[in-house]
Design a protein around this ligand. Structure first.
Ligand code: ES4
Ligand code: ZN
Length: 319
């Protein structure tokens, strides 16, 4: 039995398995530039974050209708339930769809349809986090937040993802202020490929309450001390770090050292269709590669609930 856990760093577009991509392509009359699912899987050899993002954005071409987004999310939730996930905070990238002429309402309402049935169908409570693409302009992020206004009842917070280096958090100060004024929670990817200073900036300028990845905090002992003191959660994604070559091999992942340092670490799957495993597969992989014992794994599972946006109400405690 997998440990009950929350998944807090999961891009719904990154759960698009090759089989579903081809099925949606056929339904929508789209020709993919791969002969079959096997040929597509063979393309999943990445040098860095950008080489992954190119494929990830390209394959989204198959996602067009509300039903497509509903099916995508429902397929993830079904797999997540098998992995012991009881609560999922799910990222989506509206700008990556809007540039293709897919309305933000189609995306949010489609995902929303799957999410509103999730507790009943899969035993998983959910939250939706809207991410801004940091390699797009700050104006585009503001327009996206504005476009999302009619759908905000479905969204718990905002995040920041895509190509990190050269796009520091401060670029998005204004849109994060606007999001905070609307009562939205705030997270951001930082310290995945970017320097530790981006983590500090995300905390101080954007007011985020969690750091997505945060891997590179380990280069700055004062920052580590602060993250420990403030109990800032980090949503680590070890399999992603290996596939995108942030580290060479899983055995070199700093997760165990980060836990020893007192950091509030969680383990997540990021883009599981691309990185070779869902969240419990990731728990198994770090257990094997880093020699984490059962107590350490239980700590990670506990951390995932503590770091979540569940409010600890009696209803939530029933999880
Ligand atoms: C992402 Cl691994 C990762 N990093 C940044 N942005 C992303 N979007 C989807 N996966
Ligand atoms: Zn991510």
């Amino acid at each position: 039995m997998p440990l009950p856990k929350a998944e807090l760093h999961l891009h719904i577009e990154g759960t698009l398995e090759p089989e579903l991509a081809f099925a949606l392509a056929a339904r929508n009359g789209i020709t993919l530039p791969y002969a079959d699912t096997e040929a597509l899987r063979k393309a999943y050899l990445f040098d860095d974050l950008q080489s992954f993002l190119d494929l990830y954005y390209g394959l989204m071409a198959v996602l067009l209708t509300e039903e497509d987004f509903e099916e995508l999310a429902d397929a993830y939730l079904a797999r997540a339930a098998q992995q012991g996930v009881r609560h999922a905070e799910i990222f989506f990238d509206p700008q990556a769809h809007m540039v293709r002429g897919v309305g933000i309402g189609t995306v949010i309402e489609g995902l929303g349809r799957a999410l509103e049935r999730s507790e009943e169908r899969h035993g998983i409570s959910t939250r939706l986090i809207m991410c801004f693409l940091r390699d797009q302009s700050a104006e585009s992020a503001l327009e996206t937040l504005e476009a999302a206004r009619p759908h905000l009842h479905r969204i718990v917070g905002v995040g920041l993802d895509s190509a990190e280096v050269g796009h520091p958090p401060a670029k998005f100060r204004e849109v994060y202020e606007a999001a905070a004024a609307l009562g939205l929670r705030r997270v951001a990817h930082a310290g995945e490929e970017g320097p530790p200073a981006y983590i500090t900036e995300a905390l101080d300028v954007l007011g985020v309450e969690r750091i997505d990845h945060g891997l590179r905090c380990m280069e700055d002992p004062e920052l580590v001390e602060r993250l420990v003191r403030e109990r800032t959660p980090l949503t680590l994604c070890p399999l992603s770090n290996v596939r995108l070559r942030a580290i060479d091999v899983l055995e070199e992942h700093p997760l165990a050292r980060m836990m020893d340092a007192g950091l509030l670490c969680t383990v997540n799957s990021d883009d599981p269709a691309y990185f070779g495993g869902y969240v419990d597969d990731t728990f198994h992989a770090v257990r094997e590669a880093l020699g984490l014992d059962q107590e350490r794994l239980r700590e990670l599972a506990r951390n995932s609930f503590e770091a979540s946006f569940l409010d600890g109400s009696p209803e939530d405690e029933a999880l």
